[in-house]
Design a protein around this ligand. Sequence first.
Ligand SMILES: [Zn+2]
Length: 408
Amino acid sequence: MLRVFGAAAVLAAGVIAPAGLPGAPALAAPQGVVANDARLAGDRERTRFIADLSKKVDVHVYALGNPYRVIVDAADVHFQMPRGIGKKQRGLVTAFRYGLFAPGKSRIVLDVRGPFLIDKYFVLEPRDDQPARLVVDLVPTDEKTFADKLGKAKEARTKASAVPLPQAPKRPANAKPIVVLDPGHGGVDPGASSANGVAEKGVVLKFGKRLKEKLLATGRYEVYMTREDDTFLPLKERVAIAQKKGAGLFLSIHADYFPAEIDDARGATVYTLSEQASDAEARALAAKENFSDAIAGVELPEESDEVVANILIDLAQRETKNRSVVFARSIVGELAAKGTLHDKRLRSAGFRVLKAPDVPSVLLELGFLSNADDEKQLTSEAWRDRMATSVTAAIDGYFNKRIARSPF
Ligand SMILES: [Zn+2]
């Protein structure tokens, strides 16, 4: 995660690293900087991004490729932007988004339509009745120039060592099973959003918290969440949390979206990991969910590293996959009795977040934000409570079977 912060050269002198983040170049932020508006100006020859700030703040601005993006990082900027902002394209920029990238680290991500150069960027002090302003100017370039610049910038950035998956701690045989709940997206990555602007990241966080309460109330489990607030978390770190905790079960929680004119789908769907997707929609969904890191501006590993890692993981994963399917069926069974299920209730695809080699992992899509009835449910306290009760029963059912068949 730290590798996204680049060369210290761009940082102002005299900046102090925040406690607990050794090695991370810090960005000085006056207390309580608020970004309350942003806009695009210009055309495809020169596009300007402008954000209004309550105070001047140090920023770190850099480009990423595949897909083309501009990343603006700053410490502790609070976003109070007008609703729905960032969806209109102008010039080279097709969209932008913002939010927490990690605790105390704020980020703006601009999506760019093609190869570009960051011509300049600066932050202006407030003046007269003008707020402080962040300005980023982009100009188009050719693919080769973009790639050359990107390569050089990447070299200059601190090389992150490959993060080995942590070993699970040894626990006594009679210890409570550990369940890790993973509300998807967060912070700079809002996930899907409904026509009314209800964001997936909020829906799944609320559900995750309710489910945690229900699970703790049984007294049978230790329960952890990958995130408990509106902060982004890369997919790999979500997997690492499950590994590190020695989880007996990992449940990633999402809410899907399909344009209604394509498919007015509704109801919950349960997904497990597979190399070959069960169907085209499942493959498309996995691609969408796997894109979370790109949305948030995480630099992805080189393709070759990823392929090798996948082979190693596959060898260890067969038993875990079987258990994942048992758990997935348990959820489907509970929801079939008490909830709304999608027609194709149990599906599989290559979800990166389900790749912990020895933790049975399932991804639950609670429903479709694109469907008005589902949206009503997803935002209803009563529904959330019922759904959490059903999923708790499914988790109980899974562990009851495991205990009956032990040793595991
Ligand atoms: Zn999602």
